[in-house]
Write a protein that binds this ligand. Structure first.
Ligand code: BES
Ligand code: ZN
Length: 902
């Protein structure tokens, strides 16, 4: 039985007079899960790849599932397939024996055990949706997760149907010299007519979403890895010929990830070959297909002159993430798509840990929390709010969200905190031991962790169904006479309206904390009734009730409380404390994350006050405490350059807006611009000194000290350039001219864009002339202009949408301009004229028929429309209605728009 009956065709057009409401969508619910009525043991596929029509021959060994109804028909998923023939056990079926609609093929009467053969035709060259089998730069490739395999052949396209695959590809030898699929290559040879073939066999049973093939003219950068048990694995990075000199970093990243998973989790790779293919047209970042990852080229290709430090780090992370899926996702997979966080939350957690081990744990953690707060907290307080294990969906592709990924990872992180590293490892070992080769649920995962540790994780399980960002309220009292210090913790449901305030069940929340004496030293942490203080300067309190009080003894002077060290739970902290207490934490907290967080809170308060001043038309005056605090950070010899840069980067306008009932678009922008300039003026001396001290001393190197140096160098440049004086602008111009690497070049250009005028035009023209033939670098050119704060950014973006190099056909290019603008540039996207909204909506309408998945992501820029003033609300609402009324709107975009309009 098919789990996800797709929708036949998009809804018919709505009459002009009717309210512009999308038709009720087909909802898939978690509670409706039924095991499949048939299993598939073996799959044999033969692809005849051709310029016009490609043919897919499928042979499936099927058997009725034990316990399934004896008369149940076979219902296969299939979309956009031209059926040529269907046969059971060698007998071709007549048309009366089966029925095909837009989403399924139903065969009424089938034996209990049988072989099904189908032949279908598809047209990969016309596939603009980029799921299923499609073409990119003239090469064939696939993307099957979540439900793309049904666009290739008729199948039980659901993750709990796991089968062994043998795949033969046949294609023209000259145009497609390279033929790849999952597993090991077992045969290859010539065919008549200038064609050739290759056969691949994957010994590991897998769900269809992990199927992949690639055919094209590609070059290979190869390497090797020897596993802990001594098996030699061949590693291959496949790219278009001109990119062969940009693969080494990806290869090294893969080797590091393989070693790390052995050392940290005892997990070895299981095939003799691991291939990664880089393609230019890809909806997502990368895909973990068994033995044959397919990547957005952005997350593979790196050369110092084309990729920034951030790009290098992102590549390492994404390569590791897809590699880690081999165990968390492939060997143990999801029973159904509601369990997505089982593999994605867990694998994000693993790639975070890996990144922390490879670079700086503090910097990694800060970046994660920043991403969580910016994207996930916003999602959790808007119309797309959902639990990390959603209860329902219309289009699964819409649920690859910050919540499932980032909050999902935080939930695993809390388990690690509660169980400790050794306990967590025991739990993971038991999980793999119990479930290797199975399709399982989040509950199975939690049970393995609980059983391995003899712990009750029942209450903890509520994190899987909880919606919205919970509030952690903290209040303290101190009695100097008795030396008692009381910390009262309370949990409250999310602040966001409609998130189910009344019904919120009590969560199990780990709160890592410490106490600081007025001199900044850490205090011993001993609770009343305990014989001694707990070891170390941090302890984890477990909040399980609605409110709990923790009474510490031996606290003579009023301490500063450091709460949520390392951001031990994905909550919003409500703890009113003085600016002085924040300043104390900022300077002395032993936890680097908590230091940074205290600084961000201080800056946020200053910015929000200034925003109020700006809105009220009062004069803006910089708070000296912020200047002093930033000056101290700059001068602190204990902090590396990356940490200084993070500490001195003010909270972005989107995060600030989350702390207002109605986002004050202009006020926030003015306040932030003002503080940047005020800090730059006040700290000019140290900033100039730092800029020259951190100047490059040799050729580019991608080492941690060099990355730290560049980050601080470019942070200083950014502040100085904000002054706009000739000397500072000259620094940016010189850096842009002299840079031997993309980090320094891009940051200099970003500064020139803010400065505006002739230096901006010259810089942009030069960058464009140099990189126009390099799609990934040209994307940066679009993005830098789209995220700029310069007053004429909206005009720019409107013009860039008509630039000859702009195209909606390539997802990276679309995102470089439009997602950057709509999702990252709060001030200009929300221009009071509404022209930003108009542009985005126009492009969504234009893109939706070709690539609904990317269109649905873009349209989510309107999700928080209720958080703005009435004029902006009306303008966004009108655009949403216009999109909703579009004839033939895709299921993907329709779902997002419908939720936004509810
Ligand atoms: N399995 C996903 C890729 C995917 C997502 C395919 C949605 C189809 C639909 C992959 O493992 C993934 O999560 N990729 C991320 C990057 C990762 C480092 C978080 C992506 O593509 O953004
Ligand atoms: Zn993933």
């Amino acid at each position: 039985m098919s789990e996800a009956p797709g929708q036949a065709a998009a809804s018919p057009s709505t009459p002009a007079s009717a309210p512009q409401r999308p038709a009720p969508p087909q909802v898939i619910r978690r509670e409706d899960y039924c095991p499949p009525a048939f299993g598939i043991d073996r799959v044999e596929l033969r692809f005849e790849l051709d310029e016009d029509v490609s043919t897919v021959h499928a042979t499936l060994a099927l058997r009725r599932a034990p316990g399934a109804a004896a008369a149940a028909p076979l219902v296969l998923d299939g979309e956009g397939l031209v059926l040529r023939s269907v046969a059971i056990d060698g007998r071709t079926l007549g048309p009366e024996a089966y029925a095909q609609d837009a989403a399924t093929l139903t065969i009424a009467a089938v034996p209990d055990v049988f072989e099904l053969r189908t032949v279908v035709e598809i047209r990969p060259q016309d596939n603009t949706e980029l799921t299923g089998l499609y073409r990119s730069s003239g090469n064939y490739c696939t993307q099957c997760e979540a439900e793309g395999f049904r666009r290739i052949t008729f199948f039980l396209d659901r993750p709990d149907v796991m089968a062994r695959y043998r795949v033969t590809l046949a294609a023209d030898r000259t145009r497609y010299p390279v033929l790849l699929a999952n597993g090991n290559r077992v045969a290859a040879g010539e065919l008549p007519g200038g064609r050739h073939f290759a056969t691949w066999d994957d010994p590991f049973p897998k769900p269809s979403y992990l199927f992949a093939l690639v055919a094209g003219d590609l070059r290979c950068h190869a390497g090797e890895f020897t596993t802990a048990s001594g098996r030699r694995v061949r590693l291959e990075i496949w790219v278009e010929p001109e990119n062969i000199d940009r693969c080494e970093h990806a290869l090294r990243s893969l080797q590091r990830a393989m070693l790390w998973d052995e050392q940290r989790f005892g997990r070895e790779y299981d095939l003799d070959i691991y291939m990664i293919v880089a393609v230019s047209d890809f909806n997502m970042g990368a895909m973990e297909n068994k033995g044959l990852n397919i990547f957005n080229a952005k997350y593979v290709l790196a050369r110092p002159d084309t990729a920034t430090d951030d790009d290098y780090e992102a590549i390492e992370k994404v390569i590791a993430h897809e590699y880690f899926h081999n165990w968390t996702g492939n060997r143990v997979t999801c029973r159904d798509w509601f369990q997505l966080t089982l593999k994605e939350g867990l694998t994000v957690f693993r790639d975070h840990w890996f990144s922390a081990d490879m670079g700086s744990p503090a910097v990694t953690r800060i970046a994660e929390v920043l991403a969580l707060r910016t994207a996930q907290f916003a999602e959790d307080s808007g119309p797309m709010a959902h639990p990390i294990r959603p209860e329902s969906y219309v289009e699964m592709n819409n649920f690859y969200t910050a919540t499932v990924y980032e909050k999902g990872s935080e939930v695993i992180g809390m388990l690690r905190t509660l169980l400790g590293d050794a306990g967590f490892r025991r739990g993971m070992d038991l999980y793999f031991e119990r479930h290797d080769g199975q399709a399982v649920t989040c509950d199975d995962f939690r049970a393995a962790l609980a059983d391995a540790n003899g712990r009750d994780l029942e209450q903890f399980g509520r994190w899987y169904s909880q919606v919205g960002t919970p509030v952690l309220r903290a209040r303290t009292t101190h009695d100097p006479a008795t030396g008692r210090f009381t910390l009262r913790l309370e949990q409250a449901p999310p602040l966001a309206a409609g998130a189910g305030r009344e019904a919120a069940p009590l969560l199990h929340i780990p709160v890592a904390m410490g106490l600081l004496a007025p001199d900044g030293s850490s205090l011993p942490l001993q609770l009343v009734g305990e014989a001694a203080a707990s070891p170390g300067e941090t302890r984890v309190l477990e909040l399980r009730e609605q409110a709990q009080s923790f009474e510490f003894v031996g606290v003579q002077e009023a301490p500063a409380v450091s709460l949520l060290r390392g951001f031990s739970a994905p909550v919003e902290l409500d703890y009113p404390r003085s600016d002085d207490e924040l300043a104390r934490l900022m300077g002395a907290d032993p936890d680097a994350f908590a230091r940074w967080d205290a600084g961000q809170e201080l800056a946020r308060r200053v910015l929000l006050r200034l925003c109020d001043d700006a809105v009220a038309g009062r004069e803006l005056v910089i708070d000296e405490r912020l200047v002093t605090a930033c000056g101290r950070v700059l001068a602190d010899p204990r902090l590396d350059g990356s940490l200084k840069a993070l500490a001195l980067t003010l909270p972005n306008e989107r995060i600030l807006g989350q702390h207002q009932t109605i986002v004050a678009v202009e006020g926030l922008h003015r306040a932030r611009q003002f503080v940047v300039r005020a800090l730059a003026e006040a700290l000019q001396g140290p900033l100039r000194a730092i800029y020259s001290e951190t100047a490059p001393r040799g050729p580019y190197a991608i080492t941690q000290p060099e990355i730290d140096r560049r980050r601080l160098h470019n942070l200083a440049l950014g502040y100085l350039a904000a002054l706009g004086d000739d000397a500072s602008v000259a620094l940016a111009v010189a850096q842009f001219k002299d840079a031997d690497n993309m980090s320094d070049s891009q940051e200099a250009l970003a500064c020139l864009i803010e400065v505006g005028g002739p230096v901006r035009e010259a810089g942009l023209a030069e960058f464009h002339a140099r990189w126009r033939g390099d799609a990934l670098v040209l994307d940066k050119w679009f993005t830098l202009q789209a995220v700029s704060g310069h007053p004429d950014t909206l005009e720019r973006v409107l013009a860039l949408a008509h630039h000859p190099d702009f195209t909606l056909a390539n997802p990276n290019r679309t995102r470089a301009l439009l997602a950057s603008f709509g999702l990252r540039n709060q001030f200009h996207f929300h221009d009071a004229s509404g022209r930003g909204y108009q542009l985005l909506a126009d492009k969504v309408c234009e893109l939706d028929p070709h690539n609904p998945h990317v269109a649905a992501r873009l349209v989510s820029a309107f999700n928080n429309w209720r958080r703005f003033d009435s004029g902006r609300q009306a303008a966004m609402h009108a655009q949403l209605q216009r999109i909703a009324g579009l004839p033939g709107l895709s299921r993907s975009t329709q779902e997002i728009v419908a939720r936004a309009l509810v």
